[in-house]
Design a protein around this ligand. Structure first.
Ligand code: IDP
Ligand code: MG
Length: 180
C-alpha cells in the first residue's frame, strides 16, 4: 500500500519509454522503478509497437524538420511502453526527470536525468513526455483511446489524491482501494 497523499488536484501526463530503452530489460525496469520512486501514480500502462503511420501522425508537428524521417523510423523500429502517470504537476515533473531533449546537453546540464543516463543520441533519447496539460490530454487519447481523462478526474482523482490507492505488483499499476 502507498501512503501518497496530496494537497492539490492531481494532473495526468503521458510518458513513453522509447524503443531504445525498451530493448534493454534492465533499463526498462530501472525506469519503471524511477517512476515509482518519484511518487508518480501509474494510472495505466501499455506495451505496444507502432506502425510507421502511427509514428508519422504522432510527430506530425515535426514534419519538415531535418530529423523527422529518422524519428518516425526509430519510433516504429521496436516495441515501446506508454504510461498515464498522475501527480501534482505531473507534466513538469516528468519532463524534469527526463531532462533536456538532446542527450549531449542533458549530460552537461542535468547529469542525473533519464536522458543523460540512458540516452544514446538526440533521436534515441529514451523517453517522451507531454509538454503541457493540453498535449497530455491529446497524447493520452492517442495512446489510450479507451481512457477518459474527464471521467478519471471526476470519478477517481479524489480517491487517488487522498491516498486510497495501492500498487499492484503483478499488473505494475496503482489501483484505487476498494471502499470499506
Ligand atoms: P521532446 O521530446 O523533448 O519534447 P521535441 O522537440 O518535441 O522534444 O522533439 C521530439 C523528438 O524528436 C525528440 O524527443 C527526439 O527524439 C527527436 N529530436 C528532437 N530534436 C532532434 C534533433 O535535433 N536531432 C535528432 N532528433 C531530434
Ligand atoms: Mg515534444
Amino acid at each position: 500500500m502507498t501512503t501518497l497523499r496530496c494537497e492539490r488536484v492531481l494532473q495526468l501526463t503521458l510518458a513513453v519509454i522509447k524503443p531504445d530503452a525498451v530493448a534493454h530489460p534492465l533499463i526498462l525496469e530501472t525506469l519503471h522503478q524511477k517512476i515509482l520512486e518519484n511518487n508518480f501514480i501509474v494510472v495505466r500502462k501499455k506495451d505496444l509497437w507502432w506502425r510507421r503511420k502511427d509514428s508519422e501522425s504522432f510527430y506530425a508537428e515535426h514534419s519538415g524538420r531535418f530529423f523527422y524521417q529518422r524519428l518516425v523510423e526509430f519510433m516504429s523500429s521496436g516495441p515501446m511502453r506508454a504510461y498515464i502517470l498522475a501527480r501534482e504537476d505531473a507534466v513538469a515533473h516528468w519532463r524534469e526527470l527526463m531532462g533536456p531533449t538532446k542527450v549531449y546537453r542533458a549530460r552537461y546540464t542535468a547529469p542525473n536525468s533519464v536522458r543523460a543516463l540512458y540516452g544514446l543520441t538526440d533521436t534515441r533519447n529514451t523517453t517522451h513526455g507531454s509538454d503541457s496539460a493540453e498535449s497530455a490530454k491529446r497524447e493520452i487519447a492517442f495512446f489510450f483511446p479507451e481512457f477518459s481523462v474527464q471521467q478519471w478526474l471526476d470519478k477517481e482523482e479524489q480517491r487517488f489524491r487522498a491516498g486510497h490507492v495501492e500498487y499492484d505488483p503483478q499488473r505494475e499499476i496503482h489501483t484505487p482501494l476498494r471502499q470499506s
